[in-house]
Design a protein around this ligand. Structure first.
Ligand SMILES: *[C@@H]1O[C@H](CO)[C@@H](O)[C@H](O)[C@H]1NC(C)=O
Length: 416
């Protein structure tokens, strides 16, 4: 009798059971060989099929599964009630997950890095979304903090082969899909709690986000007006969460308040960031931007780094679907190259925020860029834990293979 006929018989038996209100037998155990057959037959997804998790990773509501462990957690933070202009980033996690559909584990070898992050040492889980209230930002802050703290305090599954010397080794790494940028504040609070020291923040954004909240209104102030997507780093700095001597802004091109560059010095260099402007890439090139950043952040294995990516660091032509767009930014390619140059940073957490799909286009340009940014960041997190030297840009794996020399490229591939 073929397997499906047996299942049908089983179903009929169940239906019979339902009539007599019996419950036993409704969780029939599938024999091992049938399970194998089923997996061979149906355990496949196409890029366009399946329920949308990030990169088709196994979706788990980790917050209600306390025994679920992982090495890297992707977390949605659908929150956007702290924005100053266009809302809609609460739909960011959904859009980024949908745009990650072509990141199948079997087809995600990152040629720029020389590694497939989904087929390496790390267990990566899509932990679902934090159910954040849209009605009370004070409560939302608390929900996010508690969620990040819980998810970041779980046990790792596979200790990174390399990295016994890094402060992050015993803790899972968190990758947040925002959400407006204020989600970075509860994330930093949680990381500060986990690592018990100020965190180095590498911040890619058109804007400073260190603004004193009085910039929005000096008269109408409350505790809650301090929590907004332009002032959360100000608050984080005041709370001592940010390491003042190693942090950097990159991609800046925002207009400032008033008639001079006072926003840069007021409320003070104590904000602790150096500033790399969007235009600097013309003089420095992407790798010069990388060098400037690394000079500032250092590569100290004892110093945790949080990477915060506001998608508006990209030019609106490559990322229109965002809350506060600023023309004159970097292209997706330039930014990816910068990110690849930073793969040795000691990342313990990251976010990709401010994707607002209502302003995106039919090609989902912004969400695609965000999904790619997440891919590059996850690649770096995994690659930093790999023991063998996979090389840098384009992995140097194919160093014999320059363009056009396909023969030697084949040879290097075979040697893998
Ligand atoms: C950074 O500077 C600010 C302002 O002076 C201060 O409040 C904060 O505690 C400093 N952070 C650290 C980690 O020292």
């Amino acid at each position: 009798m073929p397997a499906w006929t047996k299942s049908l018989v089983g179903l009929l038996a169940l239906a019979g059971g339902a009539v007599s209100c019996a419950h036993h037998g409704d969780t029939e155990v599938v024999p091992e060989h049938e399970r194998e057959e089923l997996l061979k037959k149906w355990d496949q997804e196409w890029s366009f099929s399946g329920i949308a998790s990030f990169a088709h990773l196994k979706p788990v509501k980790c917050l209600i599964e306390p025994s679920e462990n992982y090495d890297i957690a992707v977390i949605g933070a659908p929150f956007d009630t702290a924005v100053s202009y266009r809302p809609g980033a609460r739909f960011g996690p959904r859009a980024i997950r949908a745009a990650s559909a072509r990141q199948m584990s079997g087809t995600s070898f990152n040629t720029r890095a020389g590694i497939n992050p989904y087929k390496s040492w790390a267990k990566i889980t899509d932990c679902g979304d934090i159910p954040i209230t849209p009605f009370d930002n004070g409560l939302a802050e608390r929900q996010m903090y508690e969620a990040f703290l819980e998810l970041g305090s779980r046990k790792v599954v596979n200790k990174a082969p390399k990295g016994g010397d890094s402060i992050g080794t015993g803790h899972p790494k968190l990758v947040t899909l925002g959400g407006d940028h204020s989600v970075a504040l509860p994330a930093l609070r949680a990381l500060h709690q986990i690592y018990q020291k100020p965190i180095t923040v590498l911040h890619f954004d058109a804007h400073l986000d260190t603004w004193n909240p009085v910039r929005y209104s000096a008269y109408w102030q409350s505790e809650q007006t301090q929590f907004n997507h332009g002032s959360f780093f100000h608050k984080a700095s005041r709370e001592g969460l940010i390491c003042n001597s190693t942090s950097a802004h990159a991609g800046l091109r925002t207009r400032l308040t008033g008639v001079d560059a006072g926003d840069y010095t007021n409320p003070g260099p104590e904000q602790g960031f150096i500033r790399i402007h969007a235009d600097d890439i013309d003089d420095l090139g992407p790798m010069g931007v990388v060098e400037t950043i690394i000079q500032r952040t250092g590569l100290d294995p004892e110093q945790p780094v949080y990477l915060s990516v506001d998608i508006d660091v990209l030019d609106p032509s490559t990322a229109p679907g965002t809350g506060t767009p600023e023309p004159g930014g970097w292209t997706t390619r330039e930014f990816i190259r910068i990110l690849r140059g930073l793969e040795k940073l000691n990342l313990v957490g990251a976010d990709i925020v401010e994707v607002s799909p209502a302003y995106d286009n039919k090609g989902e340009t912004t969400a695609l860029a965000a999904a790619q940014v997440a891919f590059e960041i996850i690649t770096s997190m995994v690659k930093s834990g790999v023991k063998e030297d996979l090389g840098g840009w384009y992995g140097n794996l194919y160093e014999d293979a320059s363009v056009g020399e396909t023969e030697s490229a084949d040879v290097s591939r075979d040697e893998l």
